[in-house]
Design a protein around this ligand. Structure first.
Ligand code: ADP
Ligand code: MG
Length: 244
């Protein structure tokens, strides 16, 4: 089976500083790849490079076999790579439904949501995204009335509504309660039944809940890759996490 996303010998340099060097990563359909690693390891930079938010110095990023290295961010998004950023980025004064509609329609969405008739396709995309994130009951509530965790789910719904085939999530459980974290894990597992998913995470309990395959980044390089058991038993990983 071909990878949905393949990263080959990726290098990202910020004015001389090597944030990523020689990173290889394959992500297959309907799997969850979890990226862990200490602060500053390059985890967010890797997702940034995939969606062209950080410029790639050298190497290749291929999506469904097509080279996407340094394409424009909106082109990458349109091709089917959905990315949720670390900080919630929702309109508090709008309803959950309208936030998702906006994500579907871009900046013209506010006007459209007031004036335009929604096509059945759009409605069903929004409904599907609400269902997958457990937000059907909240659809017509203002986002400001939601908990921090629910706002994060709204953002995941916004990504899903755009119909990506791969979903990239940067620390989706940041700031969540234990229950919300668990629920997020269940949401991610359900998304992986139909999508490839890449998750950056550092809560090891959560990683155990969702992960089949883990990639450990350290100082811009892949330090180890494998099952949770193999990662936890890996001396190089132990050294990085526990200090020497
Ligand atoms: P992580 O997400 O693993 O905590 P990041 O990918 O955010 O780490 O950052 C990796 C390294 O690259 C850090 O040292 C960070 O300071 C640096 N870095 C990230 N983005 C930029 C940027 N836009 N300009 C300069 N340095 C950056
Ligand atoms: Mg980060």
């Amino acid at each position: 089976m071909d990878a949905v996303l393949s990263v080959e010998d990726l290098n990202v340099t910020f004015s001389g500083f090597k944030a990523l060097s020689g990173v290889n990563l394959n992500v297959f359909d309907r799997e969850i790849v979890t990226i862990i690693g200490p602060n500053g390891a390059g985890k967010s930079t890797l997702l940034d490079a995939i969606v062209s938010k950080s410029p790639v110095s050298s190497g290749h990023i291929r999506y469904q076999g097509k080279e996407i290295t340094n394409k424009l961010p909106h082109e990458v998004a349109r091709m089917g790579i959905g990315r949720k950023f670390q900080n919630p980025n929702v309109y508090n004064e709008l309803t959950v439904f309208d936030n998702i509609l906006l994500a579907l329609k871009g900046t013209h969405g506010i006007l459209a949501s007031i004036t335009a008739k929604l096509t059945q396709t759009k409605k069903s995309k929004i409904h599907d995204a609400l269902e997958r994130t457990g937000l059907v009951d909240k659809a017509f509530e203002q986002v400001s009335s939601l908990s921090h965790g629910q706002k994060q789910w709204v953002e995941i719904a916004m990504v899903l509504a755009q119909d990506p085939s791969i979903v990239l999530l940067d620390e989706p459980t940041a700031g969540m309660t234990g229950d919300e974290t668990y629920m997020t894990g269940e949401i991610i597992k359900s998304i992986s039944k139909s999508h490839a998913v890449v998750v950056i995470e550092h809560d090891m309990e959560f990683v155990k809940q969702i992960a089949k395959r883990i990639v450990v980044l350290h100082q811009g390089q892949v330090l180890a890759e494998g099952s949770i058991e193999s990662i936890q038993a890996n001396p190089k990983v132990i050294e990085v996490y526990l200090g020497r």
